[in-house]
Design a protein around this ligand. Structure first.
Ligand code: HEC
Length: 135
């Protein structure tokens, strides 16, 4: 399934249920990752590693932590504009990972800036599991 088809499926699920839960979004990305690489299982540990990885693409924003801080439960700050960013963890900010279109939009934008490419479904599944569950 292409990313756009995945998004449509997520949106359909979200419309039916009014809003998605973080776990439903993580499961949808994990199912997509398993189609690409059979046997894939999401891992909060791998998500934590990804969150902290410094990619050599951008000097100003080398990692997710550059704006979201070392802890997704803490408020962040945009590395360039200085604007405040609410915590990413749903336990600190309940609306997080409940709007599939918003989640896709920011994954696309932030991954492209930090990694120089879009994140894979596997990376998104791991990321959501780490951010929602911690370690
Ligand atoms: C340059 C600063 C910056 C960096 C670096 C950054 N983000 Fe973000 N991120 C933002 C901003 C700004 C928002 C949107 C504002 C908000 O929702 O509070 C956001 C929101 C998000 C959301 C939306 C979550 C939701 O449900 O509301 C996701 C997902 C996300 N970021 C993932 C990532 C990932 C993955 C990385 C690392 C690859 C990353 N971000 C790095 C600035 C950043």
């Amino acid at each position: 399934m292409k990313a756009s088809a995945l998004l449509l499926a997520l949106l359909a699920a979200a419309t039916a249920a009014a809003a998605a839960t973080p776990r439903e979004l993580a499961d949808a990305y994990a199912a997509e990752a398993a189609r690409q690489s059979p046997g894939f299982k999401p891992s909060p540990q791998r998500g934590a590693g990804f969150y902290a990885t410094r990619f050599a693409v951008s000097d100003k924003m080398p990692a997710c932590t550059s704006c979201h801080t070392d802890s997704p439960a803490q408020p962040g700050q945009h590395a360039v504009t200085g604007k405040a960013i609410k915590p990413l963890a749903p336990r600190a900010e309940a609306a997080r990972f409940t709007d599939p279109a918003k989640v896709e939009k920011w994954f696309r934008r932030n991954c492209t800036e930090v990694l120089g490419r879009e994140c894979s479904a596997a990376e998104k599944a791991d990321f959501i599991r780490f951010v929602t569950e911690g370690l």
